[in-house]
Design a protein around this ligand. Structure first.
Ligand code: 5CA
Ligand code: ZN
Length: 413
């Protein structure tokens, strides 16, 4: 499907350091340095388009936009793939409940997501791929998994046997009780009778009355959730790529199952690293479509809020932390952006070269955007003379900083 419009990406005259990222599977930091001349491969799980785009979504996509940008700053081309879960239970349930056609709902919300991503200056994926259009890829992968003996059926549904995956648990490292609890909470069916292991997941859901379905060698039905991302990543990024990313609610079962499907198919590990953004809360709970405690990016934009202030308010939190949204963070970001603009409009300012070094170093250091934005704040304070004499000793300060703010942080002032 169509991706979205790319923002300009100014070329930098300095090269950033190699990118270090916290890998969920290792439980530790790892250096992501693709071989010279090779692209870095990035898969970020996309939205389920029935209620786009809340600030939790925006936070996750902006987090991994920083990774995309940090790799590019370090001189690596990036191949970026993202899916759209444009057929799945929550989407169908919402469409049914509000009485709209599920295809129309998905298209409308996907389009809204595109315009939100453009406004927030998120670099678009090279391949933006829907679940529905990927059904042939899913079926091919399922046939290979079936040949490997990893599938079985319960009534009309096809299940993946987690015992077929010798490395099951490699990504989340959760104990079995935690897996069982999260599987039940996040779309799994641990209690269904007839399964070989309660953790086995549906990979092909047999046709149900009133639900869309597609023909397959396993009977009419539709793809399960995890097989969708496994098939899309495998097809568009190859057997092993650098990073699979998403919010921390995807650690288990989603990313574990994706890795399991591909491990059984290819005998190779899936992503080299797994990165997870923290959850944004609102009114004391995780911002979620099912709870309905949402702040929409489009609603803020419709209220004349500068999207760069939305982006800045999210960048003030480290991507791995869980935090609570409050409106005053947005007002603070608007004020900060006004100060940044005032200082950068002067042309001359405090020495900019060390700030550039610090911003690129911070972002390469596990995407430390709070540290990067603090470096800009300090430069702005020195330039405006907030705490003493204004420092205008660098005549080209603004011209040096502006492209870095844009290319590395995605903030266009
Ligand atoms: N379509 C699947 C992934 S294949 C899905 O999880 N869609 S989603 O629309 O529910 O979420 C899209 C992304 O936003 C996921 O990475 C999810 O982890 C992230 N996300 C959802 N809610 C929040 C939140 N409150 N805070 C941070 N990230 C969130
Ligand atoms: Zn996914």
């Amino acid at each position: 499907m169509r991706s979205w419009q790319a923002p300009d990406l100014p070329a930098l005259t300095v090269t950033g350091p190699s990118v270090v990222l916290h890998d969920t599977a290792r439980g530790d930091r790892t250096t992501l340095a693709p071989a010279a001349g090779e692209s870095a491969g990035l898969y970020v799980c996309g939205i389920t388009p029935y209620d786009a785009t809340h600030l939790g979504h925006a936070n996750t996509y902006i987090a991994f936009d920083l990774l995309n940008r940090a790799w590019r700053s370090a001189g690596h081309p990036v191949r970026y793939v993202q899916n759209v879960t444009d057929v799945d239970d929550p989407l169908l349930e919402r469409a049914e409940r509000v009485g709209v056609d599920w295809v129309e709902l998905a298209e409308r919300e996907t389009q809204l997501f595109r315009t939100d991503m453009e406004a927030l200056r998120v670099l678009p994926p090279d391949e933006y791929v829907g679940a529905v259009e990927s059904i042939p890829l899913v079926i091919e992968l399922l046939q290979r998994l079936d040949a490997a003996g990893a599938l079985y059926t319960v009534e009309s549904d096809v299940y993946f046997s987690v015992s077929a995956d010798p490395a099951f648990g490699r990504e989340s490292n959760y104990d079995r009780n935690t897996m069982l609890r999260l599987f039940g909470e996040r779309g799994g069916d641990p209690d269904r009778p007839g399964k070989k292991d309660p953790l086995d997941c549906v990979v092909w859901r047999g046709e149900r009355e009133g639900e869309p379905s597609w023909p397959s060698p396993f009977g009419p039905g539709r793809p399960g959730w995890h097989i969708e991302c496994a098939a899309i990543a495998l097809t568009h990024l190859g057997t092993t790529f650098d990073v699979q990313a998403g919010g921390s609610d995807l650690i288990f079962p989603h990313h574990e199952m994706c890795a399991g499907h591909v491990q059984v198919d290819t005998g190779e590990p899936f992503a080299r690293a797994y990165a997870h953004a923290g959850m944004v809360g609102y009114d004391g709970q995780k911002m979620s479509k099912s709870l309905g405690n949402l702040v929409f990016v489009s609603a803020l934009r419709n209220s004349d809020i500068d999207p760069m202030a939305i982006r800045l308010s999210l960048l003030r939190h480290h991507y791995r932390s869980d935090w609570e949204w409050t409106d005053d963070q947005l007002w603070a970001a608007l004020d900060t952006l006004a100060d940044w603009r005032r200082a950068l409009a002067l042309g001359a300012g405090a020495p900019a070269a060390p700030v550039v070094t610090e911003v690129l170093a911070a972002l390469a250091d596990d995407l430390d955007a709070p540290r990067a934005t603090a470096a800009i704040d300090a430069w702005v304070a020195a330039t405006l003379g907030t705490q003493g004499l204004a420092d205008t000793s660098d005549p080209h300060a603004a011209a040096t900083l502006l492209p870095v703010l844009d290319a590395a942080l995605g903030i266009k002032v």
